[in-house]
Write a protein that binds this ligand. Structure first.
Ligand code: NDP
Length: 383
């Protein structure tokens, strides 16, 4: 009787805490167990995760400072080992906070000296897009494995050269497609593959935000490689590909950029694109720097399922729709960057291919090139 009640309390506590920190649920279960003496069987100590691999973080900007460096605290296989920056002062401040010895601070000029730093196993490239190609290849030549942020590079040719460099160096190259490691996204993919609502017929993926400062590198074509598509629309393209589980064969697209907006002198503001997949699934995707868009939805004969928000760093929510009834499926939030870095560390330790290798980044660059061509010419592009 008392153990049944204890079970109910634990389950409810878990449901209340799933939107926040999972540790809250575990702590609550521990408190209940201590009070009743019945929960000890639930308190299994996980196996030791193995040694942590050292990461050098290259480019100490918004993503590195606000997401990546804090995420190491939640990693089981990854730790910060070095910092690479154009600002020695900024790197020294962060080195103190993340317990990195200042002898492991590098600039862009002496970056290649990482070859002689055994503390570094993996280099995480978090630079503007146009610099991914150069720094990935230099890191691989220094004998390090590489995690490169999206988009992989500015052109398919650069991606091919990065993949070739990884092969030549016999090192792993992974692209930082964080959503592949995110639990709600993984649940969406599982529902799609299991065809819980029947085979997908239509996929709608929208990703965008209202971009600010006109002087930032994202609005400079040379540094960014393109506009909203390269930066945020890539998430919509990724989602259409992983939710269909197929590669597109035909693409049409249309773009619009507000005239005289000081932000869009060089790159596109909004672009919509349609993808046709071999099974007949059609995807409609939108990418914008002019408004917030954050939703992926799959429509099938027996209902639909969606994420909204779909690509935020946390707080992603899943809803399923069947027969006019909407149900939320609650899944615990996890730190996407911690999961992503642990995955690469595990892949390197086991010598296995990561879930998002360089080839995955190349596929997106080829498709995005075709999307730009379709928007420019107005013609359907066959792949
Ligand atoms: P930021 O502009 O905030 O940071 C980029 C950093 O790169 C700068 O702080 C600077 O670091 C360094 N840098 C070196 N040369 C230049 C240059 N010429 N112009 C500007 N910066 C330079 O960009 P983000 O952190 O937002 O983005 C970095 C990368 O991460 C991009 O490829 C982006 O697409 C990707 N990204 C991925 C996200 C994801 O969710 N996976 C989210 C956000 C970004 P320093 O001063 O230390 O030299």
């Amino acid at each position: 009787m008392s153990s049944e009640r204890t079970g109910d309390v634990s389950r409810r506590t878990f449901l209340h805490t799933t939107g926040g920190a999972l540790i809250g649920g575990a702590a609550a279960a521990l408190a209940v167990g201590e009070a009743t003496g019945v929960a000890s069987a639930q308190l299994r100590v996980p196996p030791a995760p193995g040694p942590k691999l050292g990461f050098a973080v290259v480019g100490l900007g918004s993503l590195a400072i606000n997401q990546i460096l804090p995420a190491f605290a939640k990693c089981e296989r990854a730790k910060p080992a070095a910092l690479v920056s154009g600002s020695r002062q900024k790197a020294e401040t962060l080195a103190v906070r993340y317990d990195v010895d200042t002898k492991h601070i590098y600039g862009y000029d002496n970056f290649d000296a990482i070859a002689n730093d055994p503390a570094i196993d993996i280099v995480y490239i978090v630079l503007p897009n146009s610099m991914h190609h150069e720094y990935t290849i230099r890191a691989l030549k220094a004998g390090k494995h590489v995690l490169c942020e999206k988009p992989m590079a500015n052109t398919p040719k650069e991606c091919e050269e990065m993949i070739a460099a990884a092969k030549a160096a016999n090192r792993t190259l992974m692209i930082g497609y964080r959503l592949h490691y995110e639990p709600h996204t993984q649940a969406m993919i599982a529902i799609a593959r299991a065809q819980e609502f029947g085979p997908a017929r239509v996929i709608v993926c929208d990703a965008g935000f209202n971009i600010g400062d006109p002087a930032q590198w994202r609005l400079n074509k040379k540094l960014a490689g393109g506009g909203s598509l390269m930066d945020i629309g890539i998430y919509a393209l990724q989602a259409a590909r992983y939710l269909s589980g197929e590669e597109p064969t035909e693409i049409s697209a249309m773009s619009y950029t507000t005239p005289n907006d000081p932000r869009f002198k060089e790159v596109e503001e909004t672009i919509t694109f349609q993808l046709k997949f071999p099974s007949g699934v059609l995807a409609h995707c939108t990418s914008s720097y002019g408004c917030g868009l954050n939703r992926f939805r799959v429509f099938a004969p027996k209902g639909s399922f969606e994420l909204e928000p779909a690509l935020s760093y946390n707080g992603i929510r899943m809803f399923v729709h069947r027969g006019g009834v909407m149900e939320e499926r609650v899944i615990a939030d996890r730190d996407q960057f911690a999961l992503e870095m642990d995955h690469l560390a595990e892949s390197v330790a086991r010598n296995t291919e990561p879930l998002t290798p360089g080839e995955e980044g190349l596929r997106d660059l080829r498709i995005m090139t075709a999307i730009y061509e379709a928007a420019r010419t107005g013609a359907t592009v066959k792949l």
